[in-house]
Design a protein around this ligand. Structure first.
Ligand code: MG
Length: 371
């Protein structure tokens, strides 16, 4: 079996606001084979740049475009192809856009392998531990504590058992931070999980003192309080924080996550459509299992990312949590025709074979960027 064509498809809604929202502009990747089987993947990054990572022609050693590396290869040899894509883009890759682009190809290759073997991707990744995964919703904090309380009420009404608030007014003033977290906790009650994303707001000293201030509200985790590159800061924070620290949505390859684990980060958050794909995610959950850490996917783009994240979590013995995006963008809500819905705070893992998803061709046509 051979790869015959790699199709990076750039989708973009007409108005892309400058907000932290991965549902507005995405790169879908379809890989076609000579057996008539097509795999689907996604890249959540700068779509123009990542499309160029596919389309670039062959060049001198280790600076090729991804399509030129993949066409003619056996798609079932997924981990070897990850290694080839990583190494043959090495001069411009290793981190950043090239790895983000590799994620889309890698997800599509796992989808092909699942379809060929007639099994869901979670089984190929190592197990099928659950049919549904517990969801948590994440939103920006409201502008006022009252607005944060209203959002919390909506989550309760949707049947969610966990919610995360972040960014917005949070991080600038200790009293304001406490007021927002108290408002959320009061509505969610003691039985639901509450997480806070601090949006890189602090230095280590502020983060330690804020973690102590927020500890009475029993946060399940405090996410990204520091710059993503302040690795020594994370080590110091994790030694001193009474609240679990989460990070990793900006990291790529298992080497980055190995480093986060060694620094002491408690909750490890790769994004499958950004970190290097399911091949990287599987390595990360193996690292987490050995180190006693919790992997939880960052997932805030389309139903392709959601499906891949669900398969990953279904394959991890204690992986019963996924981020569930509630944004209204058609790229999130309609691109995948059989988008797994939220039912009683849980989301069903598509049963496969492969990822078990189908794309809506009308949405692909409507939002495709022509070059
Ligand atoms: Mg975050």
């Amino acid at each position: 079996m051979k790869i015959t064509q790699v199709e990076p498809i750039h989708l973009r809604v007409p108005v892309v606001e400058e907000i932290p929202d991965g549902t507005l502009d995405v790169l879908v990747v379809r890989i076609h084979t000579d057996a008539g089987i097509t795999g689907i993947g996604e890249v959540t990054s700068q779509s123009y740049v990542c499309k160029a990572c596919f389309d670039a022609p062959r060049s001198a050693a280790r600076r090729h475009g991804l399509t030129s590396i993949l066409v003619g290869e056996d798609p079932l040899d997924v981990e070897r192809l990850w290694g080839r894509m990583y190494y043959e883009t090495n001069r411009y890759g290793r981190r950043g856009a090239a790895i983000h682009a590799i994620s889309g190809a890698d997800i599509a290759l796992w989808d092909i392998r699942g379809q060929v073997e007639g099994r869901p991707v979670c089984e190929l990744l190592g197990g099928n531990y659950r049919q549904t995964v517990r969801a948590y919703a994440s939103v920006l904090f409201g502008n006022t504590p009252e607005e944060t309380a209203t959002l919390s009420r909506q989550f309760v009404d949707l049947g969610l058992t966990a919610a995360k608030f972040g960014w917005g007014p949070f991080g600038k003033d200790a009293d304001v931070d406490v007021a927002h977290v108290r408002a959320a906790r009061d509505v969610l009650g003691p039985e639901r999980d509450l997480m806070v994303d601090a949006g890189h707001a602090w230095d280590v000293r502020t983060a330690v003192s804020r973690a102590k201030l927020l500890a009475p509200f029993h946060l399940a985790w405090l996410e990204e309080p520091l710059s993503q590159d302040d690795r020594r800061g994370y080590a110091e924070l994790c030694r001193n924080s009474p609240v679990k620290i989460a990070a990793g949505e900006g990291d790529v390859t298992h080497w980055d996550f190995e480093d986060l684990i060694e620094r002491g980060v408690h909750v490890i958050q790769p994004d499958v459509a950004f970190c290097g794909g399911l091949t990287v995610c599987r390595r990360v959950s193996d690292l987490c299992a050995r180190a006693g850490r919790q992997p939880v996917p960052h997932c805030f783009s389309t139903g392709i990312n959601l499906a891949a994240s669900l398969h990953w979590m279904a394959s991890v013995p204690d992986g019963d949590l996924v981020e569930y995006c509630l944004r209204p963008s058609p790229l999130m809500r309609k691109l995948v025709r059989n988008l797994p819905p939220l039912v009683n705070g849980r989301v069903a893992v598509p049963s496969g074979p492969g990822l078990g998803i189908e794309l809506d061709e009308d949405i692909l046509r409507e939002f495709r960027v022509s070059y």
